[in-house]
Design a protein around this ligand. Structure first.
Ligand code: SF4
Length: 365
């Protein structure tokens, strides 16, 4: 059996930071290697968060550099290699070059468990490595397993194997019901998600045990382990829980998440940045560009300087156009209306959840 490594990527966002704290507190015996991929273009608040985390964790966060040996920031180094062609949501060379490649180099061919901070109130998967030696685990979700594992274990042609595994391991009081659910084949009217939810509602620990036993017959990294500490984990953490973890630990919430007032048509609106990542990230909303312009004018100026030779961060307008006073007014009015609508909805955090929906899991979790 090979020794497996446990790794956790710190993006600079709240969720991965909270996950690092959570894992240290809840699973202190796991020897986790914390790492971050530095683009050289993060906000100062991100670097401050990483320093605070290092103090809390009592160990260094390994800084992976995408352009080792270069005297330029990793982003600038690669921008040159791409002939000044700015990345965009349809051509995201930055994620590949600055995040994924350094991570895969760091891991090499070792079997690795990569802990990912996707929350229980999110509906996305995050980075799933295509490399077979990297297995993602999601401790904040009731379903800690990745989609590929779930697809395999719940496949109809796997039912008899799962039944055999189940009979070998479980003495749970819910055993009969779990066995009944396992035997139901997937159909158009009984989807994989429905089956998964039913199994989890009936017994999270038992389901995790079944998956773990199943993995032993595969080449997934966890097949190398005789036990796994997260099997009994029944947590399902949401956005509020994440803020609580950050605040109670003393690490703190990065200040760019804090809402700042702005005036519009004699009313008071609020804006902030909704995620970590490069200060010029093309995934940010228009109101976040306005936030950058008004709260960090020096960084906005630097973002503008990248726009040349016909390249711009937004397809439909340049940053110079975006800071036209009429345009800023319109963006603030739209933001104000959107916030009002959200305030009337059930969740005060809906706007943030919507903002988080789009984007790059490697940069923003
Ligand atoms: S934060 Fe945005 S610009 Fe920076 S690497 Fe990630 S996707 Fe690219």
């Amino acid at each position: 059996m090979k020794n497996i490594r446990h790794v956790l990527g710190i993006s600079g966002g709240k969720d991965s930071a909270a996950l690092a704290i959570y894992m240290k507190d809840k699973y202190p015996s796991l020897n986790i290697e914390y790492y971050t991929c530095d683009t050289g273009k993060e906000l100062d608040e991100t670097y401050e968060l990483i320093r605070n985390l290092e103090i809390y964790l009592g160990k260094s966060i390994i800084k992976l550099q995408a352009a080792e040996g270069s005297n330029e920031a990793p982003f600038d180094h690669h921008l040159k290699m791409y002939g000044g062609y700015l990345p965009s949501s349809t051509s995201r060379w930055c994620t590949k070059k600055l995040k994924l490649e350094p991570f895969e180099k760091f891991v090499g061919s070792d079997p690795v468990i990569s802990y990912v901070g996707i929350r229980g109130d999110e509906d996305r998967e995050g980075y799933i490595s295509r490399k077979p030696n990297i297995q993602s685990i999601f401790p904040f979700r009731r379903n800690i397993w990745s989609e590929d594992v779930i697809r395999k274990i719940l496949a109809n042609d796997n039912i008899s194997k799962t039944v055999r595994i189940f009979k070998k391991i479980t003495l749970s009081p819910n055993a009969d019901r779990l066995l009944e659910i396992i035997k139901i084949p997937l159909t158009q009217n009984f989807t994989q998600l429905q089956k998964l939810n039913l199994l989890l509602e009936t017994g999270v620990k038992e389901f995790n045990q079944i998956v773990f036993e199943y993995l032993k017959s595969t080449t997934y990294p966890l097949s190398n382990e005789v036990s796994f500490e997260l099997i009994p984990n029944e947590d399902n953490l949401n956005r509020d829980d994440i803020f609580k973890i950050l605040e109670e630990s003393g690490v703190g919430v990065p200040s760019y998440y804090k809402k700042v007032d702005f005036e519009i048509n004699d009313e008071v609106g609020q804006y902030s940045r909704s995620r970590s990542g490069c200060f010029f990230c093309f995934f940010q909303q228009k109101i976040e560009w306005v936030w950058l312009y008004e709260q960090h004018p020096d960084l906005f100026q630097k973002a503008m300087e990248y726009e040349k030779d016909g390249y711009s961060w937004n397809q439909e307008e340049t940053l110079k156009d975006l800071i036209n006073p009429d345009r800023i007014k319109k963006i603030k009015e739209d933001c104000f209306k959107r916030n009002l609508k959200v305030a009337k909805s059930k969740s005060p955090f809906l706007i943030d959840i919507l903002n988080e929906d789009e984007g790059c899991a490697s940069c923003f979790i």
